[in-house]
Ligand binder design. Structure first.
Ligand SMILES: NC(=O)c1ccc[n+]([C@@H]2O[C@H](COP(=O)([O-])OP(=O)(O)OC[C@H]3O[C@@H](n4cnc5c(N)ncnc54)[C@H](OP(=O)(O)O)[C@@H]3O)[C@@H](O)[C@H]2O)c1
Length: 237
């Protein structure tokens, strides 16, 4: 799908990768960009940007956001949290699941009728840790693995016949507040945003938008887990 003249909604759009996605959508000629943010102000002078108050854990805010949007071609579930933990209690797991998994689920369900009407696209910001856990952030890894599993089943296989495409983005390390503490090579938010929209425009269901993720793309696409995903998806009537 080409972004030019499309209407795009991005959650967590006030900073990090979300903010870069807003700018990249505008650069590619989007007609309208709904920029979801949980708190505070959103600075973008472009009059194609409509700020939306949208905490993805808040059902009434989600419903209000749906009421404010007339048409939607692309939903990008980008909002996320990552907190260091050691699996010593369930609180961290619940906190991550409520934003990174259930928040994504609730926003997608709420906007689905608009996306069905436009034969639109859903993009889920996942992570390489959805494929293999990073044990310094195990609860985050669990939530991304759950979000990936949902992307594969509920979304991709079940929506396949309804004209809505679903894309998972396996981000590697990107230079944002989220991984300030990690001293590793990181890609820029601008290049990640370009990689995400390039993947969408090429129709890739699994998008590997940065150098670290691209390194495993071929292995993933030709591997046993992907073959099983296709085999299991064939059970959907
Ligand atoms: N950076 C990386 O290396 C990396 C790698 C793999 C995947 N990802 C994924 O990429 C996405 C963006 O991450 P980022 O690196 O840009 O992180 P970031 O700079 O920490 O930004 C996170 C964004 O999510 C928003 N957010 C958090 N909880 C929310 C909620 N309940 N409702 C609505 N918005 C909420 C934040 O809003 P506030 O400003 O209000 O907190 C912020 O806008 C996330 O899903 C993340 O898991 C990032």
């Amino acid at each position: 799908m080409n972004i030019a003249n499309k209407t795009v909604l991005i959650t967590g759009a006030n900073r990090g990768i979300g903010r870069a996605l807003v700018n990249e959508a505008l650069r590619r000629g989007a007609k309208r960009v709904y920029a979801g943010r949980r708190n505070g102000e959103l600075q973008n002078a472009d009059d194609r940007v409509t700020p939306l108050r949208l905490d993805v854990t808040n059902l009434s805010q989600i419903q209000r956001a749906v009421d404010e949007v007339d048409t939607l071609d692309v939903l990008i579930n980008n909002a996320g949290v990552a907190i260091y933990d050691d699996l010593s209690n369930s609180e961290a797991i619940e906190q991550h699941l409520s934003v990174n998994f259930l928040g994504m689920f609730k926003v997608t369900r709420a906007f689905l009728p608009l996306l069905q009407r436009s034969s639109g696209a859903i993009i889920h910001s996942l992570s390489l840790v959805a494929l293999a856990p990073l044990p310094v952030i195990p609860s985050y890894s669990i939530s991304k693995a759950a979000a990936f599993n949902m992307t594969q089943s509920l979304m991709r296989a079940l929506l396949a016949g309804q004209g809505v495409t679903v894309h998972g983005v396996f981000l590697g390390p990107i230079d944002t507040d989220m991984n300030r503490g990690f001293d590793i090579p990181k890609a820029s938010t601008e290049s990640a945003a370009r990689g995400i929209f390039d993947g969408l425009e090429k129709g890739e269901e699994d998008i590997f938008p940065d150098p670290a993720s691209q390194a495993i793309a071929e292995g993933w696409r030709t591997g046993a887990a992907k073959a099983l995903e296709r085999q299991f998806a064939a059970f959907v009537p």
